[in-house]
Design a protein around this ligand. Sequence first.
Ligand code: IMP
Ligand code: MG
Length: 178
Amino acid sequence: MAAPPRVFLPEHKIQERIREMGEQISRDYPHGPLYLIAILKGAFMFVADLTRAISTPTRIEFIGISSYGRGKTSSGEVRVTKDLDVSIEGHDVLIVEDIVDSGVTLTYLLNVLGQRKPKSLEIATLLDKPERRLRPVQAAYVGFQIPDEFVVGYGLDYAEDYRNLRDICVLGEGVAAV
Ligand code: IMP
Ligand code: MG
């Protein structure tokens, strides 16, 4: 762990935006259960706050996907490392993601989950880096659009570090890209 991270989005702004997202999602899905499928591990904190901001009854599920190695760039290879324990057939499903970057992970996951015949399938992401897109993924709910910076905290990691920060931060100088 090198230089200390610099705060990019403070906790109170994240929480305020999640409350707004929750209100909008509650309006859009007045009838539950709404299945929130959080992508491990980065979305664990976001889904915990988002589900409490939604007034419609929700069910929480987790799916594990590996696309990144230990560094800052995608290995380009995507696979399911932990699958859902339940069927989503006939249900409203919202994929909950920490950040959409190249869009490779979500393109893959939309395809995998779409084949399981959900009633509806949309994406809620806290962060979106549209400049980095390689695949045309569009999230129905986006917390913040951010520039092309590598961010950590609030669930997001750099080589498994920094997930526990309450704010979203940009890593300081001296952290080598892997
Ligand atoms: P994509 O397949 O390129 O869209 O990658 C999405 C995944 O990459 C996210 O779920 C994150 O785990 C990871 N990721 C992308 N950008 C960042 C970042 O700035 N910080 C931490 N993780 C990131
Ligand atoms: Mg990650």
